[in-house]
Design a protein around this ligand. Structure first.
Ligand SMILES: [Zn+2]
Length: 294
């Protein structure tokens, strides 16, 4: 288990054997905090037949789990919206008796992508759960779920509140010299940060800063940079928010122009979420603000 999630994990598994774990859990938190891995580990402990809190690794259930063929574990994953047929199929499976005479677990990825009819189909199971059945709904946008679904689940928010834990973990992964600042830029999502830094060809924060400096010294142009950065445009705007906020905080620049720019960056970030948007144009606008700050 990831160190930043272990306290929450221990709390939940200690409730499994006491039969006090809620049958519907909404596992929420930002992307890259480790929600899926958390649920998969939790499912193993819920299914384990031993009396221990932690999965024993020895019983029939643990062995089937390791072989990825546990008959009472259902994972609902899809690239599209979670539709009503998928949910009905999962509910039918859950309503049959456990094949190992123990608990049953359904893990649903991106639960917020459920269609309304899928959510309504699931609602009945949440209201009248079958015995020994646990539903683990994963979402990084839980506010998009139907309120009726949210209210029938116990919410478990996963986060990385101790940056030291994350930095130590990243170091163990071979990623050194991570500052808490950089982690914050990634919304305290160690897995996203690791993924991003593993892209060797990708843009780094250090090169972003260097390029901004040369833009302000007119060694390159807004258009050149926009073309260079178009694939990473949302990341660039995210970093830019931080860069500007840092200027305001350190009072290097504290005028209306900087505040306006800071405010506009939120709009630019939202514009970039539209598919088909001209990223070069948006980045040019952003970078022209940087030039204008000089
Ligand atoms: Zn076991």
């Amino acid at each position: 288990m990831y160190p930043w999630l272990s306290d929450t994990y221990e709390q939940l598994i200690s409730r499994v054997k006491k039969h006090s774990l809620h049958h519907g859990l909404l596992i929420q938190g930002v992307d890259g905090v480790g929600k899926s891995d958390f649920c998969v580990h939790l499912a193993k402990s819920i299914l384990c037949k031993s009396d221990e809190n932690h999965a024993c690794g020895q019983c029939q259930s643990c062995k089937l789990y390791e072989a990825q063929s546990h008959p009472d574990l259902y994972r609902l994953e899809t690239d599209k919206q979670v539709g009503v047929d998928l949910v009905r199929d999962a509910i039918t499976k859950l309503s049959t008796t456990s094949q190992l005479s123990g608990n049953k677990v359904l893990i649903m990825e991106a639960a917020d992508s459920m269609t309304d009819s899928a959510a309504n189909a699931l609602l009945k199971t949440l209201e009248e759960p079958t015995d020994n059945t646990y539903l683990l709904l994963i979402s990084s946008k839980s506010e998009a779920l139907l309120p009726t679904i949210r209210s029938r689940c116990e919410k478990v928010t996963l986060s990385c509140s101790k940056s030291d834990d994350c930095i130590a973990w990243l170091k163990a992964q071979g990623i050194d010299s991570i500052e808490p600042k950089l982690l914050k830029l990634y919304q305290n999502s160690p897995l996203t940060l690791r993924e991003h830094l593993a892209k060797r060809e990708g843009l780094t924060y250090a090169s972003f800063l260097e390029n901004l400096d040369s833009l302000q010294h007119k060694h390159n142009s807004a258009l050149q940079l926009a073309e260079q950065w178009q694939d990473e445009a949302p990341q660039v705007v995210l970093w830019m928010q931080y860069w500007v906020a840092d200027k305001i905080k350190s009072k290097l620049q504290d005028n209306q122009k900087v505040w306006d720019f800071h405010h506009r960056l939120l709009e630019y970030y939202q514009t970039l979420q539209n598919p088909g948007v001209n990223r070069i144009l948006v980045l040019c606008a952003v970078l022209n603000h940087v030039v204008d700050l000089n």
